[in-house]
Design a protein around this ligand. Structure first.
Ligand SMILES: [Zn+2]
Ligand SMILES: [Zn+2]
Length: 249
């Protein structure tokens, strides 16, 4: 592994390696996993129906899923083009590309810290996007899918894509100065998590149910792993969550 890593660093610039690996991870952990979730009702209708969180009549139509695909594709083309543009302009990667690979303990520690920081950043950005001034112009389109599907994880305006989909993933590894290998582990986890919580299925218990509830009720469960919702009592179970729900009705 370390010989392969040394060889890669010897042959290619770090920014090019990062672009190639990031794109591959997006392709597998976002697009392929989303496709599996979306086509599940066609491959295994009984299994799919057993695990869907919301009723069949609330599920999006094929035309809506196609529109979702086009918006998500546009967002990814824009972000990948921006990354490619900075590489062509000679920008260096912002992650550590040390020849010595980090050990499993360092990767685990930094990935957990990244998840913790992402939860804080995402929670406050997401709550800000629900401000009455910002919500209609920035975040409302993401809430179009009251019964979400995996692809809807990145169904967003360009502003929301930058603020809520890119920054909470990109900032933590840079703040912690993580090795790029740790960043990739964090990226894999984050993409698998965001597609799963938007999948509309009850797999991996609580987290999918929480974000599904956010799409259904709008004013509860703003975070991704539940920590900040627990802290601010916006988990839908506590007083503040119930008060917000009543206010919305
Ligand atoms: Zn969502
Ligand atoms: Zn929201």
């Amino acid at each position: 592994m370390s010989t392969l890593w040394k060889d890669l660093l010897h042959r290619y610039p770090p920014a090019a390696i990062e672009f190639f690996v990031n794109s591959t991870i997006q392709l597998v952990c976002f697009w392929l996993v989303s496709a599996i979730y979306i086509f599940l009702p066609y491959f295994s209708p009984a299994f799919s129906a057993r695990h869907k969180l919301q009723k069949q009549e609330k599920q999006p139509t094929a035309a809506e899923i196609w529109e979702c695909f086009l918006v998500v594709f546009r967002n990814q083309v824009l972000s990948s083009s921006a990354q490619l543009g900075t590489i062509l302009l000679g920008a260096k990667s912002s992650h550590r590309f040390d020849v010595i690979l980090p050990g499993p303990a360092e990767v685990a520690r930094d990935a957990i810290l990244c998840i913790f920081l992402r939860e804080i950043i995402f929670y406050y950005v997401h709550r800000l996007l629900h401000h009455p001034f910002l919500y209609p112009i920035v975040h409302k389109p993401h809430h179009r899918f009251t019964a979400p599907v995996a692809l809807a994880a990145q169904y967003a305006t360009v502003t929301e894509h930058i603020l809520a989909n890119i920054l909470p993933f990109a900032l933590p590894p840079q703040i912690l100065k993580c090795h790029v290998i740790t960043f990739w582990v964090f990226l894999v986890f984050s993409l698998l998590e965001t597609t799963t919580v938007h999948s509309g299925y009850d797999f991996f218990s609580g987290s999918a149910r929480m974000h599904d509830l956010h799409h259904e009720k709008f004013v509860v469960c703003f975070g991704s792993v539940g920590l900040m919702d627990w802290l601010h009592k916006t988990d839908g179970k506590s007083g503040e969550g119930r008060r917000l729900q009543v206010k919305m009705q």
